[in-house]
Design a protein around this ligand. Structure first.
Ligand code: ZN
Length: 429
């Protein structure tokens, strides 16, 4: 298992990276062992010709749910009888088998789209943990998974009765952390505010559902066990509670004060930008999205809040990472590249900074930058190859020719995409 990718245009993923032409990248098993330029190739390596191609570090998706394909569906809307029926059916033996198959397919699609690490932040019945281990053992294709199991929410909060378990009292919330710990999760996910998909009234996505006290109980219990905590927070108050409870990553985000900015820097809190779900819901008509007017209204608020918050975080040099919130309507598992495009366009950052954010910056937020996030000697061989220069046009990321994940090579990365949905989404880039 000794390979060299020869004569390739290399983008390493560091903040000041540019394209290095005529690069040769050597890897043995799952580790990159040497990088040089020129025509001479060391003996003993199987050669992969990279002439005229571009080699990049695998993308990291910091916010996904593994269960859904991302195709718009009424089931995903506000808690309906149909939704509860589907969740009940999924809990049966046969249901779990179907769910496992769907999740496997979803993660294979993610892998084939150049994503080599996914952080799952809320899934059903710990099937995310099971799939993580299957992929680790080589029993399924997929990115490296870092998973939370079910999120923790409060009664009536975001995710209650779907991808989260709910509780109110201190001992109950601590028990939720303990339960996830017993199931061998990698992080703890909490929901401080409401969400777009399950909101019942205008403005609810930003409404605080979990108190500071409750968030603190969970964070303290989680941190004591060595877990990072990610918090769904879609309003200024929701961000404030998250920061005061000392969560590690604020998912989605909103505007915040200078005082909160100071605390973020002190505690090393990061913001995770997820424009992929809210943008289409805000910009497409409810007829097109099959969701309610209420959903569209709330999505507009969330998008504006998120852009304000992420812009402020960037201006204060608070770490900002990227995730898609895959499984939400219009957020297909293979479209992490779109989040990179949205980030460049709507936050007005350079293509190179957007790409750095989706790779090395995301790895830094995971505290895994010694292993992943860039193409450097000693790091994991997690890379993908494309035909065109992504620094000139980020849409080049969508045409994947080869993926290498932990040194394993995937040459046929065909994904069956929904062409109609892809065309609709192209209008947002
Ligand atoms: Zn989410």
């Amino acid at each position: 298992m000794k390979y060299v990718i020869k004569n390739v245009n290399l983008y390493q993923g560091k903040i000041d990276s540019h394209i290095i032409e005529h690069s040769n990248v050597y890897f043995e098993n799952d580790i990159i062992v040497r990088i040089d330029t020129g025509e001479t190739i060391e003996d003993g390596y199987e050669v992969i010709d990279g002439t005229d191609k571009y080699l990049l570090p695998g993308l990291i998706n910091l916010h996904a749910h593994l269960f859904g394909s991302g195709k718009p569906s009424k089931i995903l809307g506000s808690q309906s009888k149909l939704q509860q029926f589907v969740i009940k059916a999924a809990a049966t033996n046969n249901g779990v088998k179907i769910l496992d198959k769907l999740m496997q397919k979803n993660m294979r699609d993610a892998l084939y789209s150049g994503v080599t690490t996914v952080r799952g932040v809320g899934d059903f019945f710990y099937r995310d943990v099971i799939l993580r281990d299957k992929i680790k053992k080589g029993e399924a294709y997929g990115p490296d998974l870092i998973v939370s199991g079910p999120a923790i929410t409060v009664p009536g909060g975001h995710g209650d009765q779907t991808f989260a378990m709910s509780a109110s009292a201190k001992d109950e919330l601590e028990h939720c952390v303990e339960l996830n710990h017993q199931h061998d999760v990698d992080l703890i996910k909490i929901c401080i505010t409401g969400g777009v998909m399950d909101a019942k009234v205008k403005g609810e996505p930003g409404e605080v559902k979990m108190s500071l006290e409750q968030a603190r109980w969970i964070c303290d219990a989680a941190h004591a066990k060595g877990y990072m905590v990610a918090s769904h927070s879609e309003s200024e108050k929701g961000v404030e509670i998250a920061v005061d409870a000392k969560v590690d990553t604020i998912e989605h985000g909103a505007m915040f004060s200078d005082e909160i900015a100071r605390k973020c820097k002190q505690q090393n809190t990061a913001f995770i930008c997820t424009l992929s779900p809210a943008l289409p819901l805000a910009k497409f008509s409810p007829k097109q999205t099959k969701l309610s007017d209420l959903c569209a209204y709330n999505a507009k608020i969330v998008v504006e809040n998120m852009i304000d918050g992420i812009r402020k975080a960037l201006s204060c040099y608070i770490p900002v990472g990227l995730g898609t919130d895959a499984s939400c309507p219009y957020v297909m598992q293979y479209n992490m590249w779109r989040e990179v495009c949205y980030f460049a366009k709507y936050l007005n950052v350079s293509n190179s900074f957007a790409l750095y954010t989706a790779t090395l910056q995301n790895a830094i937020i995971l505290k895994m930058e010694d292993k992943i996030g860039s193409i450097e000697v000693g790091k994991h061989a997690d890379m993908f190859m494309i035909a065109n220069d992504p620094l000139k046009d980020l849409r080049a990321l969508s045409k994947v020719e080869m993926v290498i994940a932990k040194g394993r090579i995937y040459r046929d990365c065909h994904i069956k995409k929904d062409i109609k949905l892809e065309k609709e989404l192209d209008t947002l880039i």
